[in-house]
Design a protein around this ligand. Structure first.
Ligand code: TXA
Ligand code: MG
Length: 321
């Protein structure tokens, strides 16, 4: 990682550096920034290519849905559906280390890749002036996982980000150590019963008190929320999916990769970051009753190809009825 280290650029989070970070984000580049929990690796959540670049930088072999960060409460209104229960939780805990999983709004501008194809989106308003100033400077909601390579510990100092991600991030805004030091609590409010998906900075007991009900917990085996990739609501096409296809059978749509004709093409140049950016939107576009199925050309098993294949294998797996 020596090369990557050499190129990491850490800047004190001055107003000028924050303004530059806003420009970079609007350009589709990645900017690491401090929050009260851990440093985040930020990208424009409305830009599929920027979101694909986040997954590439994380080096994770699957698409884990990302948290979309906002500067103001009102910013979530166009992204997700907000009911009275949600408003009450927000009034009590935001800004702060609480992420809410909510149903995607119709016409939500958030990239389908950011939510890994789910019908829900995780949103959070961080309690950190640098984070919120950066989001305002970018003028759009910012997708940000913890700013570490997959499998490494979450960074609570700008130097940790540089060590883990190096040149994979355009700019690291240094806001000093993170106050909370553990990730946000993830609370799923998309269903009837609130569910705790990840314990974190806000204690579950505080949420139960505010909601006046117990939470479904990850430890409740009978009723446990499934890991996001396994959720029943996780998008799988209604029509059959066939992998490693060289051509479409009669009636099938062909999802191509590389310089071939297809019904749609994930990336004519074979670029896997472009393919990841297009994956969920193209699967949805081809999921039509006029096709008997979707035939998908082979995706190389390297870089983002690992995550794409992970997702496609699940889309092609036998469905529960
Ligand atoms: O404190 C934090 O939350 C930090 C800072 C940067 O905000 N971010 C963070 O992101 O920890 P990440 O990507 O490392 O973790 C996001 C968590 C994952 O457990 C993911 O599965 C869950 O949020 N998540 C995101 N969207 C979801 C969704 N639509 N449904 C269920 N879980 C979701
Ligand atoms: Mg993480």
């Amino acid at each position: 990682m020596t090369t990557a280290l050499t190129h990491a650029r850490i800047e004190t989070a001055s107003p000028a550096a924050i303004a530059e970070g806003g420009h970079l984000l609007r350009d589709g580049r990645l900017v690491a920034f401090p929050t009260e929990t851990v440093y985040g690796l930020g990208g424009d959540s409305t830009n599929d290519r920027a979101v694909a670049a986040i997954f590439e930088a994380k080096g994770r072999p699957s698409f884990n849905p990302l948290i979309v960060h906002v500067a103001d409460q009102a910013d979530i209104e166009t992204l997700v559906m907000v009911d009275e229960r949600t408003r009450a939780v927000i009034a009590r805990f935001w800004p702060g280390p609480l992420t809410l999983v909510l149903p995607r709004a119709k016409d939500s501008p958030v990239s389908l890749l950011a939510s890994a194809g789910l019908d829900t989106i995780a949103v959070r308003m961080p309690d950190h002036p640098v984070a919120r100033a950066l989001i305002r400077a970018a003028g759009r909601p910012i997708a940000a996982p913890s700013a570490n390579r997959s499998g490494a510990v979450s960074p609570t100092l700008a130097e940790h980000v540089a060590e883990s991600l190096g040149a994979r991030v355009g700019l690291i805004l240094d806001g000093g150590p993170c106050r909370v030091g553990v990730e946000s609590t993830v609370l799923d409010l998309s269903g009837e019963r609130p569910a705790l998906l990840r314990p974190g900075g806000v204690p579950a007991e505080a949420l139960e008190q505010a909601l006046g009900t117990t939470l479904i917990r990850p430890t409740d085996h009978a009723d446990a929320p499934k890991s996001p990739g396994m959720l029943a609501s996780h998008y799988a096409p209604k029509v059959a999916v066939r992998l490693n296809a060289t051509a479409a059978a009669p009636g099938e749509a062909l999802l191509a990769l590389g310089p071939t004709d297809g019904t749609l093409n994930l990336s004519p140049s074979g670029d896997l970051e472009e393919a990841a950016a297009n994956l969920f939107a193209m699967l949805r576009a081809l999921d039509r009753p006029e096709f008997t199925g979707i035939a998908i050309m082979p995706i190389p098993e390297h870089g983002l190809g690992l995550a794409i294949n992970d997702r496609l294998r699940r889309a092609a797996a036998p469905r529960p009825t």
